[in-house]
Write a protein that binds this ligand. Structure first.
Ligand code: ATP
Ligand code: MN
Length: 457
């Protein structure tokens, strides 16, 4: 259908005085004896287009006035009666699709909980169109960030046989019938599609390292899967993962890149989505824009894990989980550090090796690894990263200490055998980032069809 976007009608002043055809959904309808006003949305802009219908000159089907109906309007673009921008004086209003009165998205604001029960329709609200425009702009900005700096975009496999990293968190991939009966586990997997146990990847990092040690700088941007048993507002079973991997890089380089990327992408979102950001500021997180401006302008904090433990022990609050050197930081600890102490994003670095993965570079102290988590106020961890262990002997020792099946990691070990280099990278949870920039408080509200424990609508 030949028509133009509402975003263009609203913002391109050269269209004033011309005839335009616009398609969209009716969001509101007001009426007086001589004129009717329809507000149309077509997804291209946060602001809607006001259509003015002279009832004496243009026939208006009553179905066209219902909230949710889809229509096609031909008319003249004129300067808006109020404010700047434009509106449309209708010459013809055609009904495309009726919308009965039981349409669940009505003018009054409905709760996010209710909207989660109708994921296929919730996108038609202001909140969700705003979230998904921001999500799209942020995704493009991430690609641009890496592309402009000569990182190559690679696609790592989603089906994997390596099951160490996400043991317990990995979804199995199988074609076995539900009642398959075998004496032993290995016999069962031998009959399965791949002839061995397979699952959905929790991270593209290991394959990312393969690519980075040839291409120099790479990134992945794709789904990761985790059978997270925790029903939190920050975990999904299927989430999008941004994972750059950089050759000839040490931990401080990795942190510098993470900080620069976060700041650059936030700047882009603020510049390209001003109306959406105003909306989130008003309805989701008062102070959001000041928070993000502060993030862009300030330097992220850096805190050694050992100092973090000291700081938490001295804290004047009672945590549900007690802290001791060697423990994993819980969300309550992460939030305390970033919300009460730093009041901005903080890199926590040098974690005890026992609570981190086998591939992280072992520090000279023999106790810690060159890992970092980036914590932000309101959410906690949004990035996990590290310098990788480049020394084949040390890597082997770490794997043996964990009782890993070395035969499954021959390729990974080869990267150290043949021309090993210092390298590192990080993983950003894309949905958590979208939460951070929009102020949305539940990860289920920044993804189209959220998947989590007992929920696959
Ligand atoms: P958490 O402790 O919050 O579960 P993690 O330590 O398991 O995170 P990593 O394995 O380091 O996380 O993954 C890198 C990033 O991926 C995290 O910082 C987070 O932003 C994101 N992430 C991890 N698990 C999930 C999930 N289940 N849903 C959404 N995002 C996730
Ligand atoms: Mn996790």
């Amino acid at each position: 259908m030949k028509h133009i976007d509402i975003a263009d009608v609203l913002h391109k002043s050269e269209l004033i005085g011309t005839e335009a055809v616009v398609c969209g959904w009716v969001r509101t309808y007001r009426d007086s004896s001589a004129v009717a006003f329809l507000e149309l949305a077509d997804g291209t802009s946060f602001a809607r287009l006001q259509v003015v219908v002279d009832k004496n000159a243009v026939s208006l089907d009553a179905e066209c006035t219902k909230c949710g109906a889809s229509v096609c309007v031909r008319g003249e673009v004129v300067k808006a009666f109020r404010g700047d921008g434009a509106e449309l004086n209708a010459r013809e209003v055609k009904l495309l699709g009726k919308c009965p009165n039981d349409y669940p998205i009505q003018k009054k604001r409905t709760s996010l909980e209710f909207l989660r029960t109708i994921p296929h329709l919730r996108l038609r609200t202001n909140t969700f169109t705003a979230v998904f425009r921001v999500r799209s702009v942020a995704a493009q900005a991430i690609h641009r960030y890496f592309h402009d700096r000569r990182y190559y975009y690679i696609n790592t496999p989603l089906i994997t046989a390596s099951d160490c990293e996400g043991a317990g968190e990995m979804f199995r991939v199988t074609t076995q019938p539900w009642n398959a009966k075998y004496e032993r586990e290995d016999a069962y997997f031998k009959e399965d599609f791949f002839g061995q146990k397979a699952g959905l990847s929790v991270s593209g990092q290991l394959e990312g390292e393969v690519a980075a040690t040839a291409l120099g700088r790479i990134y992945t941007f794709g789904p990761s899967f985790r059978a997270e048993n925790s029903n939190t507002t920050r975990h999904l079973a299927e989430f999008w993962h941004v994972e750059p991997e950089i050759a000839f890089a040490e931990l401080p380089d990795v942190m510098e890149i993470a900080e620069d990327m976060i700041k650059t992408v936030i700047r882009t979102v603020m510049a390209e989505c001003p109306e959406e950001m105003d909306f989130f500021e008003k309805f989701m997180e008062p102070g959001l824009k000041a928070k993000l401006s502060n993030v862009v302008e300030s330097e992220f904090g850096v805190l050694d894990y050992t100092d973090a433990i000291e700081l938490l022990k001295k804290a004047d609050v009672s945590f549900q989980y007690p802290v001791e050197w060697g423990c994993d930081l819980q969300t309550e600890h992460e939030k305390y550090i970033t919300e009460h102490v730093f009041k901005k994003p903080v890199f926590v670095i040098n974690y005890p090796k026992e609570i981190k993965s086998f591939y992280m570079k072992q520090n000279a102290d023999g106790k810690t690894v060159a890992a970092t988590d980036l914590l932000v106020p309101g959410i906690g961890e949004i990035i996990g990263g590290s310098e990788r262990e480049a020394d084949p002997e040390k890597l082997l020792a770490a794997m043996k200490a964990r009782g890993m099946d070395l035969s499954a990691y021959r390729q990974y070990l080869d990267l150290r055998t043949f021309g090993t280099v210092p390298h590192g990278g990080f993983g950003l949870g894309f949905e958590r980032f979208v939460m951070y920039v929009t102020g949305m408080e539940n990860i289920r509200d920044v993804t189209l069809f959220p998947r989590s424990v007992k929920n696959i609508m």
